[in-house]
Design a protein around this ligand. Sequence first.
Ligand code: SF4
Length: 167
Amino acid sequence: MTDPNPKKLRIGWFSFTCCEDSTIMLTELLNEHFFAWRMHLDFVNAKVFRKSGPLEQLDVAFVEGAISSEKQTEKLKKIRESATKLVAIGSCAVSGFPSAQRNLFDETTKAEIQPILKRFAYLPKVLRVNEIVPVDAFVSGCPMNTDQFLVLMDKLFEEFGIRKNKE
Ligand code: SF4
């Protein structure tokens, strides 16, 4: 008999300094996987899909984008505390780039952008996610490689004991 209340993977999707193209890739994936995933995934925190509430306990937090301010650093630390696993999504989260381009500016250009950094309380340097918190898995690509993402999703379903129907 089918379980009417199957265990779902509780996930969060968070975007920091980036163009949010991996979010677009995720929504594209839903075109194909929505009906298979809806029984197995609970989008607990995902501003792109639902009104964002307080941060809740998550099985997996997916983080896209680089970290460029103290405020983002604090938010990322809170996300890490509330998630069993944290996954860095896309090149900006994994390596900082291309969002971290200002790290490579010459001294003159760096001096020119100081007022902007000060005005928006940006960090002196843009950071990748694992410079701030431990990361359990990485999905590379700009935007993220969707094949890698799907392989990881299957691994996560298995790891958290989510019995997935055939797609
Ligand atoms: S990795 Fe590429 S696609 Fe993803 S946020 Fe950064 S610039 Fe955008």
